[in-house]
Design a protein around this ligand. Sequence first.
Ligand code: 4AD
Ligand code: MG
Length: 454
Amino acid sequence: MRRILIADALAADAPRGDITICGWVRTRRDLAGCSFLELNDGSSLSGMQCVVEHAGAACAALGGVNTGAALQVDGALVPSPGKGQRWEVLTRAVTVFGLADPQIYPLQKKRHSDEFLRGIAHLRARTNKYGAAFRLRSQAARAVHEFFHERRFTLVHTPVLTGADCEGAGEMFRVAGPTDNGDGRGEEFFHRPCRLTVSGQLEAEALAMGLGRVYTFGPVFRAENSNTPRHAAEFWMIEPEMAFADLHDTMELGEELIRHVIERVLARCRDELGLFDAFVDKGLVERLAGMTAEPFARVPYAEAVRILEAGGKDFVYPVVFGMDLQTEHERYLAGEHFRRPVIVYDYPREIKPFYMRVNDDNETVAAMDILVPRVGELAGGSQREERLERLGARIAELGQNPADYWWYLDLRRFGSAPHAGFGLGFERLLMLLTGMGNIRDVLPFPRTPGNLEF
Ligand code: 4AD
Ligand code: MG
């Protein structure tokens, strides 16, 4: 007997005959003479139809078996005479691992709302939609790693605990040591305040200045109290950093990365994307395919502001030169004006962090944001300030102490070189790929203000 995954049993080249499969019952239908169990083990969107004849020995095990029960089925894989599936298993034996009482099992055979399923995040991976979302998430992560490895980037693991504040926006979670009396300053343990990182960029820069091309891909944390469909307190960021590179190189890299991930996911997640296209976001597959075919638009910030002013839209936040773009502006640019992803670059220096390279006009920095339809900001990056004096002055200008950044300044003191990178929010990318409108639905266990269940 071979225990195989349902995805493998359903593959075109799978050997037929005796198999063993395991999974959870999605539906049970009892007809005269036999029962049909739809079994799903999470390996694919499609489950396996298992036919249990009432006259056979396996039938005795079916007592109490309902939606949600975990089973092993031994039987013969044969072409299905029925409609809706190509293969089915003629069941010889059923082993019940665990039943699910239909009176209290929350996932009954009907459509549940996203809100309801968020409340049972520990069970929602057993639904078609969330199973698809998390398989797609896995394939997207795989595509990210392939992309960088194919280009000789070295994967680096940057720390989660940090003493530095990369973005300087004061939105960091404080970490308390075991003997701190609740003040959260972490001083007992590290002899200095400790925070959860908001970005691995500063450490990635240090590693790029030895390894050349690096990327980090891991969890980051933001304590901003913005309860929006696009912000999470814990999310995953992809951060490449390249030595001997400029702003233009990061734009190229960002565009290629997004296109690459879309292509691989289109090729490997057909069933999952089909589900999202049908039930979440009509036209999704066509739109994604379109993004791989057409180059992204590129405009300087000043031009983007002119476009927004000329658009005649009634924004909640009216556009004025010098302000940071709001989500409504980002969505207008990508979704309505360009109708494709757009890279906005050369932002005013006042609204950007200290590490971005100041342009020759002294007014703007070599920054870029990648904006996409529906989601808004997907990635943000820059060429880094590599000139020691300038960088020290910028840190001081933004009210921070250059002495705290001694090691970061050392990178400019010894063998400084132009370098550049960006951060891409992985969940924002997944929102683009799935059409899901809420970041809480592409994270298995989302952390947002007021939510730390599971
Ligand atoms: O634009 P951000 O803040 O850039 C940085 O942190 C840089 N240090 C990155 C770098 O240059 N290495 O964040 C980067 C991306 C955003 O474009 C957005 O996609 C995502 O991270 N992001 C969030 N995603 C989910 N929830 C949040 N609260 C997010 N904040 C930012
Ligand atoms: Mg940003």
